[in-house]
Design a protein around this ligand. Structure first.
Ligand SMILES: [Zn+2]
Ligand SMILES: [Zn+2]
Length: 271
């Protein structure tokens, strides 16, 4: 099967390379049934990738115009990727992704996924990798349980620079317990929330496997959590990047069905 959809994409309204029109056209050419725009929402501090607050209205209008342009050809959905510290939007988006890219101490903000140097600084600021991981998953739970969150973004983004286990062993019992507890807490309150298998770090050359790591994906499968594929694309040439790898990853984890967001809601697809 082909998944032919992503709800996680970035365009020139935040840190993507292509305009919304270029992204939509490329998705249509690939035969996508649905395409979601999820620009990084604005933040109360400058991170560099966020959408400017004054651009948000224009963003909504431009995506709305594309919805009309592609009406009957491809479903376009208007969303946002909210950071842990994003101001909650006062507009009803078609969908919201909750992600944690930054953590803060009382006097500073630290990037989780920008580069190794900044990640190292973040570890120092939180007093070691174990403390940082605890903080990250705690923030992930709080952020995911905000009102009307549809999708939990890259739940183990904190492993972006850890593919060679340079920082921690992602198979260690203490680490998995931390992640599983976070998943349990989210699912207890929001059993319908959707977790993504995200190939963004593969397309950008940071990892060879999608988020989340296999033991985490297996656990989500055991918990019968809803799972979708997202490319977290930032350009027209990565709209369904590594979806073949993502599907294999899902099968290895014992996942038998995925959820794809359409205008009318999530639909189930057998894999
Ligand atoms: Zn993200
Ligand atoms: Zn993203």
């Amino acid at each position: 099967m082909k998944f032919l959809s992503t709800m996680h994409s970035h365009c020139t309204y935040c840190d993507g390379k292509n305009t919304p029109a270029e992204m939509a056209e490329a998705a249509y050419k690939l035969g996508f049934v649905s395409f979601g725009f999820s620009s990084h929402s604005h933040l109360p501090y400058k991170a560099g990738y966020e959408m400017k607050m004054e651009k948000e209205k224009l963003y909504r209008e431009e995506i709305q115009a594309l919805k009309e342009q592609y009406n009957g050809k491809m479903e376009i959905l208007l969303g946002l990727e909210l950071d842990a510290d994003s101001l909650y939007p006062d507009f009803k988006y078609d969908f919201l992704i909750s992600s944690v890219h930054q953590l803060h101490t009382c006097d500073n903000w630290y990037a989780i996924d920008d580069c190794k140097e900044k990640f190292d600084k973040c570890i120092d600021a939180f007093g070691g990798i174990e403390n940082l991981l605890k903080e990250f998953y705690s923030a992930t739970v709080t952020a995911a349980l905000r009102d009307n969150i549809d999708i939990v973004g890259h739940i183990d983004l904190v492993g972006k620079f850890n593919e060679n286990n340079d920082y921690f062993n992602p198979n260690d019992e203490w680490y998995l317990k931390l992640v599983f507890t976070a998943i349990d807490t989210i699912l207890e309150k929001r059993p319908d929330i959707v977790f993504e298998v995200n190939t963004g770090a593969i397309s950008r050359g940071y990892r060879t496997t999608p988020y989340p790591d296999l033991p985490i994906l297996k656990y989500l499968g055991e918990k019968v959590a809803k799972i979708m594929l997202n490319s977290d694309t930032h350009a027209t040439d990565t709209l369904d990047f590594a979806y073949d790898i993502a599907l294999e990853h899902c099968k290895k984890a014992g996942i038998k069905k995925l959820y794809r967001l359409r205008t009318k809601g999530f639909e189930e697809i057998e894999i």
